[in-house]
Design a binder for this molecule. Structure first.
Ligand code: 5GP
Ligand code: MN
Length: 344
């Protein structure tokens, strides 16, 4: 195939992001010339994780391959509407062998999940496709494009540039991936290319209104009840530049919320005038706290803060799991955030 805009843009991304990326042609060759595949993504999956997994699973199926799609948590209730969602399962108890394992949208190998990793037997080729700059480039074929706002966008470039299957169902999953990871095309990681891809994805036949309603206007009531409790616990530090709230395990149990209910609630903190860094602390079983951070200013790099607590992510959206009591972790992480915004 002659050079398409997709390839030209991908080449440009490669040259600025990382010179040692495997090319889309090399990845496509591996996809075409092997038979059994496993697709994985990160624990606590979001729309980009599950949309990317399902899109890749469907594309491989259309190529006539044997494909399994696992996620540590299985298919989340709120993404059950995605076409091909039934492909996603939790990992089995006994290890299985595969020619190729694809790790998508997953910043570290560990974030693929203990049960998923334990269920992976012998593998010929590991492929790592991601957009997290902190990705340590695990795997045999690695393509990290930190300019891409979503792994779904990289997959679109891969499928389109290499003449791999790209039908309406695949497009719907890619749209879900890109739309959710760009905050509905609002975050600064959204590029002109993202809108071009969105246009191409719409041309595959998806109905953007219906899909967006399923993604953004179909929340269970318990999520809003959780929001009410969290707003009651909201606090401000660092002259109002750092906003946070925390969720004790006991409160989550009382409300009957499940982990997927709280994704995106942090956006209410980020949306406040004067707030630069938003933080959500969620107490987990086993004496750990899940820290979720957002920034509105690249000079307040929340990835760097999270890396200092052994997490990772992007400059403007990052996370970590920190051992310790909820209030203690909240106090230490908030202090680091206050320090990061002090001179801004
Ligand atoms: P979220 O706050 O939505 O869970 O995650 C925001 C970003 O930070 C995502 O890109 C996610 O991959 C990354 N992230 C979240 N938690 C962790 C973590 O515990 N470790 C690492 N390395 N990255 C994380
Ligand atoms: Mn992502």
């Amino acid at each position: 195939m002659t050079t398409t805009i997709a390839e030209a843009v991908a080449d440009k991304a490669d040259s600025t992001a990382n010179l040692t990326n495997s090319t889309f042609a090399e990845i496509a060759e591996v996809l075409r010339h092997h038979e059994s595949f496993l697709v994985l993504s990160h624990v606590r999956p979001d729309g980009d994780a599950l949309g990317s997994e399902i899109a890749m699973g469907l594309a491989l199926q259309k190529l006539g391959k044997k494909v399994k799609v696992w996620n540590e948590e299985g298919l989340l209730e709120k993404f059950a509407f995605l076409p091909g969602g039934e492909l996603v399962s939790v990992p089995p108890n006994e290890p299985e062998d595969f020619d190729v394992v694809l790790a998508l949208d997953t910043a570290t190998r560990q974030r693929l999940g203990d049960n998923c990793l334990a269920a992976v037997g012998k593998v010929k080729v590991w492929v790592n496709i991601d957009h997290h700059p902190s990705n340590p480039r695990y795997g045999d074929l690695v393509h990290i494009d930190s300019i891409a706002p979503a792994t779904g966008q990289i997959l679109f470039e891969l499928l389109q540039s290499q003449d791999l299957p790209l039908d309406e169902a695949i497009a719907e999953n890619l749209f879900a991936a890109i739309s959710t990871d760009t905050g509905s095309f609002q975050y600064p990681n959204t590029t002109a290319r993202t809108f071009e891809i969105a246009a191409d994805v719409l041309r595959c036949g998806i109905k953007v209104g219906e899909l967006s309603q399923k993604l953004y206007e179909s929340y269970p009531r318990r999520r809003i009840e959780l929001l009410r409790v969290l707003l009651d616990r909201m606090r401000f530090d660092g002259d109002g530049k750092v906003a946070s709230f925390s969720l004790p395990l006991a409160t989550a149990k009382e409300l009957g919320v499940i982990p997927e209910d709280n994704e995106g609630l942090i956006d209410h903190l980020r949306a406040i005038q004067g707030v630069i860094v938003a933080i959500f602390f969620e107490e987990l079983e086993g004496g750990k706290v899940r820290v979720s951070m957002r920034s509105k200013d690249e000079r307040a790099d929340v990835c760097a803060i999270c890396v200092s607590f052994k997490g990772g992510g992007h400059k403007l959206a990052a996370g970590a799991r920190v051992p310790g009591a909820l209030d203690d972790v909240a106090q230490r992480v908030t202090a680091a955030a206050v320090e990061a915004v002090r001179s801004l």
